[in-house]
Design a protein around this ligand. Sequence first.
Ligand code: PXG
Ligand code: PLP
Length: 454
Amino acid sequence: MATQSAASKTFEATQFKPTPNNLEAFFMPFTSNRAFKAKPRLFVKAEGMHYTTIEGRKVLDASAGLWCMNCGHGRKEISEAVARQIAEMDYAPPFNMGHPSSFELASRVAALLPAGLDHVFFTNSGSESVDSALKIALAYHRARGQGTRQKLIGRDRGYHGVGFGGISVGGMVNNRKWFGNALNGVDHLPHTYNRQEMAYSKGMPTWGTHLADELEKLVALHDASNIAAVIVEPVACSTGVLVPPQGYLQKLREICTKHGILLIFDEVITGFGRLGASFATEYFGVKPDLITCAKGLTNGSIPMGAVIVSKDIYDTFMGSAAEGAIELFHGYTYSAHPVACAAGLAALDIYKNEGLFDRVKELSPYWEQAIHSLKGTKHIVDLRNIGLIGAVELEPRAGKPGARGQEAFIAAYEAGVLTRVTGDTIAMSPPFIVEKSQIDQMVTTLRDVLNKID
Ligand code: PXG
Ligand code: PLP
């Protein structure tokens, strides 16, 4: 009895303990928890092109959050649509039931893509989109009687999120080595970056088309009858903005088609206007069989992702399952969440009404010259750009890879510009509403910062 009352007292004490103003409990993702908690950087507000820090300082958002706030922050059209939807109907089960806006959003997304890429499966993130796309690819081959096609091919320096599928086809050592064997039967193409051959290329490098031929070697090694799909980011963003060589993606497409291998474009970042076209498929004129997307789909406001599949894939599922049977044994509690759908429809309206994809196209030449105006600045060894994406690659400090990049990132933040850092590469990808004067501010700040740090 005594024990019990002591236990309940402890419980009460815990329950009513005031929330400590303490950063300890949150195990932060992809962050040095100890460094952050020793010197936190907290945002409390966002409007237009700016965040406001907890100290009341304004920071220019040169990274669109994490490559997702394409329409800028604080968009009333989105917050009002979300508020209306959550009040009207907060949730509806996506298995066996439906709600109208999921069908509308799927149609609106399909309308942004070339004919034949016209069916949309909803997820809640880029990682879930990647795992879903890989599973759809495997199941598609099985459904058409080619169940031996089980191998998946990714690419070195690829980032496809953090699910077991995504880290398996991805090519970032730290995202893989801690987590055991992950998926079997995965192989990788070489990445397309070669500084000697392509440093300071504007847009697509002219060197490197031949790297797509490496896929023929993997086909020769594994045999086409064992390969389900190849997944690549049209532009590999997370590992430092690796712009594809001219003709490279076309060549991958040709080899995949020749061998009956599905081609998946991971457009989690390039989707929804980042290159100045609705998707990279339109920008490069190369049509994959599946596309993964997320981020810009809801302007980053509510988590949501999607996999767009070709008519052939969808029809194969429909044609091979028995009447009344489930065609795809896959889905999430929150697939096509009504609140996310409301955010997605509102975001698509903004893109259209404000002509934001065209705005990216119009701003791209200015952006390109601004990024390349940094040439010659201390520490810089390469500059890369495409659409509204730019990368500033720094010479790593001897024996301390990543240290200079991290210091530059923090110094830029303290000087009022939020960028993104991977290793020693600073990436920038502003919201599409960015003004030229703000592009100038980003570049000037980076130049000043690089001149100041060792
Ligand atoms: N595929 C690609 C191509 C991505 O860029 C994902 C999948 C995973 O999406 P989720 O929503 O599960 O995070 C991504 C995400 C960065 C950075 O700064 C990039 C991403 C996420 C966070 C940071 O490079 N990309
Ligand atoms: N784990 C358990 C115990 C569950 O019941 C569910 C869903 O019902 C899941 C995981 C998967 O969750 P989600 O559908 O949100 O991905």
